[in-house]
Design a protein around this ligand. Structure first.
Ligand SMILES: [Zn+2]
Length: 218
């Protein structure tokens, strides 16, 4: 999946943390976070809990979650070099060519949604430039990429046009029973589709981004 590269960015830091035993300092310094310390699975760590979505997505819990989900044969490697090579093989994939599709302005807006640094309230709230992470639609929902592209009732006509067209495309390819139409497809495309089909999906998402008037399009 396309999002693996950003996971790689986070997990790649884990070897240094573990090997230099910095994690032990973290555990000592944050006793409430790590009250259960090492968990039953070998070389895994307890994930700090919080009811706030922005916290659970922050660096420490995200890193621990990713580390814990690695195969045990990777978690047990004790050579930094071997660990890095295995992680690179698992996570690093070439950026798909269709990521370059579209006008510069719409491509940038789409990319910002993908990497979580857009003008949506949840992204701005994370870095302290919005007082709320909730959507202005008043439904009490966090305004993240999923809400904006799939769930929010605002700009419904443009959204239905986009989703109907993608549904038709997946149907034509015999992929309508794969639960493929989700936020990952809209942000990253899919390995199951051709370059042209992924371009078509990106084109539909770009049209929606433009028609939503949620962002300034230059
Ligand atoms: Zn909304």
């Amino acid at each position: 999946m396309g999002h693996l590269k950003s996971e790689w960015d986070i997990v790649a830091m884990a070897p240094s943390i573990l090997i230099t035993e910095t994690i032990d300092n973290l555990i000592r310094d944050l006793p409430t976070f790590y009250s259960t310390s090492r968990t039953v699975r070998k070389n895994t760590f307890a994930v700090p809990k919080s009811s706030h979505e922005y916290y659970s997505k922050s660096f420490v819990p995200s890193s621990i979650e990713l580390w814990n989900n690695l195969p045990s044969e990777i978690r047990c490697l004790n050579s930094h070099k071997a660990l890095k090579a295995k992680l690179k093989a698992k996570y690093y994939k070439k950026v798909p060519a269709y990521f370059c599709y579209g006008t510069r302005s719409l491509n940038i807006l789409h990319t910002k949604l993908r990497i979580g640094c857009s003008d949506l309230n949840s992204d701005k709230y994370l870095i302290g430039i919005s007082n709320t992470d909730l959507c202005d639609c008043g439904g009490g929902e966090v305004e993240n990429a999923r809400h904006f592209l799939l769930e929010c009732g605002t700009n419904l006509v443009a959204k239905v046009n986009m989703l109907d067209s993608i549904t038709d495309l997946l149907h034509d390819r015999g992929l309508d029973n794969n639960n493929l139409l989700d936020i990952d497809l809209l942000l990253y495309g899919s390995d199951l589709l051709s370059y042209n089909d992924n371009v078509r999906i990106f084109s539909l998402v770009h049209t929606f981004i433009k028609d939503s008037n949620r962002f300034q399009v230059h």
